[in-house]
Design a protein around this ligand. Structure first.
Ligand SMILES: *[C@@H]1O[C@H](CO)[C@@H](O)[C@H](O)[C@H]1NC(C)=O
Ligand SMILES: *[C@@H]1O[C@H](CO)[C@@H](O)[C@H](O)[C@H]1NC(C)=O
Ligand SMILES: *[C@@H]1O[C@H](CO)[C@@H](O)[C@H](O)[C@H]1NC(C)=O
Ligand SMILES: *[C@@H]1O[C@H](CO)[C@@H](O)[C@H](O)[C@H]1NC(C)=O
Ligand SMILES: *[C@@H]1O[C@H](CO)[C@@H](O)[C@H](O)[C@H]1NC(C)=O
Ligand SMILES: *[C@@H]1O[C@H](CO)[C@@H](O)[C@H](O)[C@H]1NC(C)=O
Ligand SMILES: *[C@@H]1O[C@H](CO)[C@@H](O)[C@H](O)[C@H]1NC(C)=O
Ligand SMILES: *[C@@H]1O[C@H](CO)[C@@H](O)[C@H](O)[C@H]1NC(C)=O
Length: 899
């Protein structure tokens, strides 16, 4: 056994702590450790054997992509003499960082890194539950997939795609479109169940065991993984449905139970299993909003990519949150982050309205409605609007409503109350619309009361009906035909509102590419909508890209072309289609990445450009980021005369255009700031056949003296154009930031401030005295409230005494890789409370230095009566932790502690 105990060791492992302060999505007392070497497993196990009752191992990782383990800390068990029961010490009493196991690992030379474990939320999708039957998720003109199937005879044969899924999902492998079984000889060939037996038990289910990935959940919003799998590889001759790579083989790892999220360590374990099963592509329609590529999942996904696996993740569904809303794991540098564009059609139930012939209108049933009667629409118009239909509504009477369908407006009261009002006057059903709806989105009314059928209609239809009734007395008849119709949404071809914006906090260009994720038709579990339905989310866009990657891999292996996974990733970016905003100008690369994936064009093209995307970084960063060499490979047997052009997008104004530096949410994409690019040696080039030509690209920034540099993000696309045909041969997205990240204010005006735990909104005046009586309830603890305008790589809080001497740091910190705050109510600011204790540190030392003599339980110290100050420090964006000037500091007023 190796012993470290005899020496006094002052080694510090890289601590990677909480990404958000007091993050509720952190799994308490749980960590992932990364070993420096493959053979460190035994060393660590031996060294920890002395503490075997003090920790539980969750997963061990032992593969080319990751070596380490995840574990949770347990506290020493104390015997309570009074009742002879063993009672563990409450979690809060022992500080993680001084827990013997953590303490031991944090200074262990065999440990490379320690990560906290975040809870990965159930993947989100937008509940546009449009029932339908149709044949293909997308139109060929948008996706080129039918061209590949029919013209090239490529369908994903012998390509193995791993799916790690997610919300109430799992995969309904018994769905006929998914092969009807699991294992050898079936489409779903590999897979495991990583959901614990107890989790299934809590939901009244018997676990199917570790070897069966079948999702037994019966929830009505289940089926995320089934939908993803159908997009990638569904095939059902009877239903005439074909996914992107219908002949591909699938592996499925069930990581989410019927409820709640999953730990990042479980996702990482599934990544390792998928890698070891030989998956060439891994689809991760899941994520946590974290623009730092240093997150554990992103780091392991990056390792996977570097091992030649094409890892496809989501940009995220936080499009309304502004810049830096990228999700981990797709924030990993080589991981493909997929943005979403809205589909050009979807199949849906529609209604016919006799006064608007030749048109049909989508609708959505409430949660308790199964069918809707045909009938006549009541005409109740007051002040150019329809009633709310709440209990106090006197405009609705049996004279105007008996036997009719009522049109009501959302709001004022619950849907159930509206149904009760309608029923009382003899109405047969209720249609409603949302006056606040954006883009005519349909809402699913949650009704408990099934007194009357209820459905939502689009706002634009409601306004049309109101307009009609304002001038016509003839009543409208509405019918609900049984057959579905193909609907063309207003947003067809636009970037989806929900699609998260880049870049990462390291100013890596993200997202990488766009897939179709808004209004996608695919498979669902049997028990939902008879097994088929339309769903939206970047979760639906990622499998579009994963499926296309399978087609590309099959093509190159059939052609016996030995290409790498990074070639395929670059090539799909090179030949994506640039999506224009409504203005006709290309959407910014931090919104769409390289553009909409076009796999047929990519396969057919003999031109390849590397790198396939460029970040010019911020204006402070070194000159190395201002000039790039791009290599253009012409694999044609003839030379190509090309000209290189700069297609500019409108800039993104990421911060309000004033001195507040409040991020715009959603990101404001109408800035008109552009940059010129210089191409060296020249812009017109002859690319010789079968060879690579190198071109330098230099960005010419506007004159800083003439411009208000306000962190605008410029961007656009470098286009390699065939001079003869004027055709674009390849495009490369680029972007950069005008401004020095290090100068960005970290804290919003008025922050940080001191408050009490019980009322964090009531700010104490600056330098006001805080009386902290430790005998009173915990609710009166001093609490620092911060609101971060940009991400910070590190925050810590130190305790100083009256004489300005540093005693130590407060527990919980340091907090590393923090996400900025947003305008959302639950993330507007963050709190750090002080319990009157500190962990001693050496003078001038920022880290906890643990002297490895004898590990102890809790070495945090309670302060004595006296006056204290809290010093908070946050590292500026791109700051150097060793440079004092790169920190932003804040000091509290005096805190008078009485015990
Ligand atoms: C099946 O789908 C294809 C392609 O979308 C279409 O051309 C064909 O008419 C469909 N067949 C049936 C029977 O619906
Ligand atoms: C699957 O592959 C087989 C054999 O290569 C081919 O005949 C069939 O058409 C493919 N299926 C689809 C749905 O493309
Ligand atoms: C009825 O009550 C709702 C909610 O309290 C209110 O919004 C609405 O204006 C009231 N309507 C009438 C007609 O008084
Ligand atoms: C509307 O429906 C009613 C029965 O609900 C019917 O009597 C009437 O003729 C219909 N009107 C038109 C214009 O079809
Ligand atoms: C409503 O009318 C359509 C024909 O327009 C018919 O197909 C459908 O069955 C009717 N619905 C009901 C519930 O009667
Ligand atoms: C941008 O510059 C910073 C420091 O100047 C560096 O840490 C970061 O990695 C750079 N980002 C990219 C994408 O090169
Ligand atoms: C494919 O290329 C890689 C390096 O680019 C090489 O290591 C590998 O051996 C090649 N495989 C074949 C089958 O040629
Ligand atoms: C932002 O403010 C500056 C200075 O007040 C002004 O010169 C500039 O035109 C503004 N930019 C935009 C996009 O409004």
């Amino acid at each position: 056994m190796r012993s470290l105990a005899s020496n006094l060791i002052l080694l510090i492992a890289t601590f990677i702590f909480a990404c958000t302060i007091e993050a509720t999505n952190i799994i308490p007392r749980s960590y992932i450790v990364e070993y420096a070497d493959a053979d460190n497993h035994d060393i660590i196990n031996n060294d920890l054997s002395q503490y075997q009752d003090l920790y539980n191992i969750h997963h061990t990782y032992s593969s080319a992509i990751f070596h380490g383990m995840s574990f949770s800390l347990k506290d020493p068990v104390h015997t309570k003499p009074s009742n002879h029961r063993l009672v563990p010490v409450a979690y809060s009493t022992v500080n993680d960082k001084t827990h013997p196991v953590f303490n031991h690992l944090s200074i262990h030379p065999a440990i490379k890194r320690i990560y906290p474990i975040y809870k990965v939320p159930r993947p989100q999708w937008i509940p546009n539950i449009k029932n339908a039957s149709h044949t293909f998720p997308y139109a060929n003109q948008d996706s080129q997939i039918l061209d590949i199937h029919l013209q090239l005879g490529i369908s994903g044969k012998d390509i193995l795609i791993g799916i790690l899924d997610s919300v109430l999902l799992g995969i309904d492998y018994n769905h006929p479109a998914l092969g009807g079984g699991f294992g050898e000889g079936f489409k779903v060939r590999y897979g495991k169940n990583l959901v614990s037996e107890s989790s299934d038990k809590e939901n009244g289910l018997t676990s199917l065991g570790k070897d069966d990935p079948y999702d037994p959940c019966t929830n009505n919003d289940a089926g995320h993984g089934t939908h993803v799998a159908g997009i990638i590889a569904g095939y059902d001759k009877k239903a005439n449905f074909t996914g992107i790579a219908p002949n591909a083989t699938l592996g499925f790892w069930r990581i989410f139970g019927c409820e709640g999220g999953a730990g990042e360590d479980t996702v990482i374990k599934a990544m390792e299993m998928a890698y070891e099963a030989g998956c060439q592509i891994i689809n991760l329609s899941l994520g946590i909003e974290n623009g730092w590529p240093e997150d554990a999942m992103a780091a392991v996904a990056e390792n996977l990519s570097n091992k030649g696996v094409i890892v496809v993740g989501v940009a995220g569904n936080q499009g309304t949150n502004g810049v830096y809303s990228q999700n981990s794991p797709a924030s990993g540098r080589s991981v493909i982050s997929v943005a979403s564009v809205d589909n050009s059609f979807y199949p849906a139930n529609v209604m016919d309205i006799n006064v608007f012939p030749e048109e049909y209108f989508p609708y959505m049933f409430s949660s308790n409605t199964a069918s809707f009667p045909n009938g006549t629409l009541a005409s109740i118009i007051t002040d150019g609007s329809v009633p709310l239909g709440c209990g106090n509504d006197t405009t609705i009477t049996s004279e105007n409503s008996n036997g009719k369908i009522l049109l009501l407006k959302r709001g004022g009261c619950t849907f159930d109350e509206k149904l009760t009002t309608a029923k009382e006057v003899g109405a047969i059903s209720v249609l409603f619309y949302d006056p606040e709806a954006v883009n005519n989105a349909l809402v699913v009314a949650k009704t408990k009361n099934d007194s009357l059928p209820c459905a939502s209609i689009e706002k634009k239809l409601a306004l049309k009906i109101i307009d009609y009734y304002s001038t016509n007395t003839q009543l409208i008849n509405v019918t609900f035909p049984a057959a579905k119709q193909i609907v063309i949404p207003d947003t067809a071809g636009n970037i989806s509102d929900f699609s998260s914006t880049g870049p990462t906090y390291e100013l890596d260009l993200k997202p990488s590419i766009t897939g179709i994720g808004g209004d996608v038709y695919s498979t669902l579990p049997h028990h939902i909508d008879s097994g088929w339905g339309v769903r939206s989310g970047t979760s639906m866009a990622a499998p579009h890209v994963a499926g296309c990657a399978a087609l590309m891999i099959e093509y190159y292996s059939k052609q016996k072309l030995n290409v790498t996974s990074s070639f395929i990733t670059e090539h799909m970016q090179n030949h994506a289609k640039i999506i224009n905003a409504k203005s006709g100008i290309p959407e910014h690369p931090i919104v769409q990445g390289a553009g909409l994936i076009q796999p047929y064009d990519a396969i057919k093209s003999q031109v390849h450009v590397s790198p396939s995307q460029i970040s010019f970084n911020d204006t402070a960063s070194l000159t190395e980021y201002k000039t790039y060499s791009i290599n253009i490979l012409n694999s044609n047997s003839i030379p190509l005369l090309v000209s290189i052009e700069n297609i500019q997008s409108n800039s993104i104004q990421s911060y309000a255009n004033d001195t507040s530096f409040v991020p715009t949410e959603p990101a404001l994409t109408n800035g008109s700031l552009t940059v010129e690019l210089e191409f060296l040696p020249k812009r017109n080039l002859l690319l010789p056949p079968s060879s690579t030509t190198t071109v330098q690209v230099k960005v010419v920034l506007p004159n800083p003296n003439q411009l208000f540099y306000h962190y605008q993000m410029y961007g656009g696309f470098i286009s390699i154009k065939n001079v003869e045909t004027a055709e674009s041969m390849a495009t490369i997205p680029y972007f950069g930031v005008l401004g020095k990240m290090i100068d960005l204010p970290l804290f919003d005006t008025g922050y940080p401030y001191l408050a009490t735990t019980s009322n964090t909104e009531k700010r104490l005046a600056e330098n006001a005295t805080f009386n902290f009586d430790l005998n009173r309830k915990v609710k009166t603890k001093p609490t620092i409230v911060v609101r971060l305008l940009t991400g910070t790589a590190k925050i810590d809080v130190k305790v100083y005494n009256e004489n300005e001497e540093c005693l130590g740091i407060i527990s919980g910190g340091p907090w590393i890789y923090n996400q900025r705050n947003s305008l959302a109510e639950d993330n507007y600011d963050s709190n750090i409370s002080w319990n009157g204790k500190f962990i001693p540190i050496k003078e001038n030392q920022d880290e906890i230095i643990i002297e490895q003599e004898e590990p102890i339980g809790d070495n945090s110290t309670q302060v004595e009566d006296g006056t204290y100050y809290l010093y908070l420090r946050a590292l500026k964006h791109f700051g150097d932790p060793d440079n004092k000037n790169d920190w932003k500091e804040w000091k509290s007023g005096p805190i008078i502690v009485t015990n």
